[in-house]
Design a protein around this ligand. Sequence first.
Ligand SMILES: Cc1cc2nc3c(=O)[nH]c(=O)nc-3n(C[C@H](O)[C@H](O)[C@H](O)COP(=O)(O)OP(=O)(O)OC[C@H]3O[C@@H](n4cnc5c(N)ncnc54)[C@H](O)[C@@H]3O)c2cc1C
Length: 509
Amino acid sequence: MNRPDADFIIIGSGPAGVSAAFPLVAAGRRVLMLDAGNDAGSQEESRSARVLGADLEALQVDDGSSPKLQTPVSRGILERFRGNSGITGSGFTPIGSLARGGLSNIWGAQISFLDAEDIADWPIDIASLQRSYQRISERIGISRNSNSTRSAHGEPVLPLGATAAHVLHRNTVTKPANGSFRLFPAINAILSEARPGRAACDLSGDCLYGCPTGAIYNSRQDVLQLRKSPHFRLLDNMRAVSLRRDAAWTVGTADGSSFSAPRIILAAGVLGTAALLANHLPIEEQGLRLLNSPTLAIPLLSPARLLRSSTPTHSLAQLGLSLRYGDRPSDYVTGAIYEVGSLPAQSFINRMPLGRRAGRAAFETIGGSLLVATIYYPGDQSRSYIHRDATTGKSLTIRGGFAEGFDIRVDALKKALRREWKRLGLIQLPGASLAEPGIDAHFAGTLPMGAPGPFGTSADGELNLHSGLHIVDGSIIPDLSSKYITMTIMANADRIAHRLAETEAKPAS
Ligand SMILES: Cc1cc2nc3c(=O)[nH]c(=O)nc-3n(C[C@H](O)[C@H](O)[C@H](O)COP(=O)(O)OP(=O)(O)OC[C@H]3O[C@@H](n4cnc5c(N)ncnc54)[C@H](O)[C@@H]3O)c2cc1C
């Protein structure tokens, strides 16, 4: 038999793929990574072309989605996925990437850590996840925003924006009636101190559109590190289209190449992995369950901050929040508060019932006191399923929806939130919107760890009935809390790869 091309083939160079690669490479295993994208477009274009487009087209587009998804760099990533993945949506926006670095090219970089209660039903212990959180945090670099009234326990900090600092101060002097609401400085995957190859955040403020100096974590940076190892090889422009098992696993690619290894690690993102596995799964009439976090955006105004000067800061999430608003365990949301003063004004001006010039003047007056809160519900409030297209039998359609009674729960949440905004001296402005399922890009639970049957995987992400085929992206996260998910996807991939490096004997070279 021919020698396999590698000990492990990892499909996907997003946050999950690189997190699985590091422990295997460190243990001396030969890792071949295939990615559908390449590095083109990440360096050579000017910053304004990446953000606004060569003829400023981003300023003209206003399709109601987040301003972030309208930039040319985001649209390029998402459109390639729409065109080539064979996945469409019905009442669901299928967000995925076919670019090197995956969705970390456009993520918001906000970090959350799950606790023992969050993972009570998972087939793993919290201690192993925490060890992986620690390793990932050290690798990617995370910073907390400073709490202007308290020291930050010696951790590296970035200054809070003036309006966010004001709101946080209000929260400490006007305590909530019960412990159901928490407000705190956000944690972001952004450097406050430089590292080799990556500069610290320069507080230029427009980082929602990617950081040219690498202060915000992007898994492309990790690919550069991995490439320094003789055990690691990356092949760009290699879109996997088939998986076949004989003595070993063979991956077929869109250009007709094939690569073999005893073990395959799928890290193509939840939708990309579902597309690759569709032929191996008995997706019947009911479809493949997909968890996603329903998302609410709420514009807010801080009248006390009108016409006040702002503090230079980054434009990632400034504050994090959580709220328990009902009696059921899942009546629990988390979220983030962003300052909007440092964002391009156009998307806000477009929504004002004023002419262009008056809109701009109004934005200049109030921009520094505007905030946007984004709220995430847990995945059990979604009802989204991946179906096989009945006509072609090949392509997939995602039908999105919400759990029964969700509209009533939205009203209950809005009521509870209004009470807290009032306490914080904030006015909720018109224009709060519930996004179409999928737009949150927090996906999980298609092939959960610990579930029996053809859709479940072992605690090591190995697909039941398919030995040697491991999945490490959000597909195997058994349930989706309302907390930001990427840090957990990375930690879980790290945990599995450590287990594989320990349990799989090193092959004779
Ligand atoms: C606008 C936006 C904001 C976000 N903000 C946050 C945030 O603040 N906090 C947070 O926690 N999460 C956030 N997310 C979610 C986060 O981006 C994802 O959870 C994360 O990127 C998932 O990582 P992944 O490696 O599993 O998949 P991906 O990042 O999707 O990477 C998949 C990789 O697989 C490759 N691939 C796919 N199919 C194939 C194939 N057939 N063959 C070869 N390669 C393939 C792709 O090219 C890509 O490199 C955000 C997402 C978006 C879109």
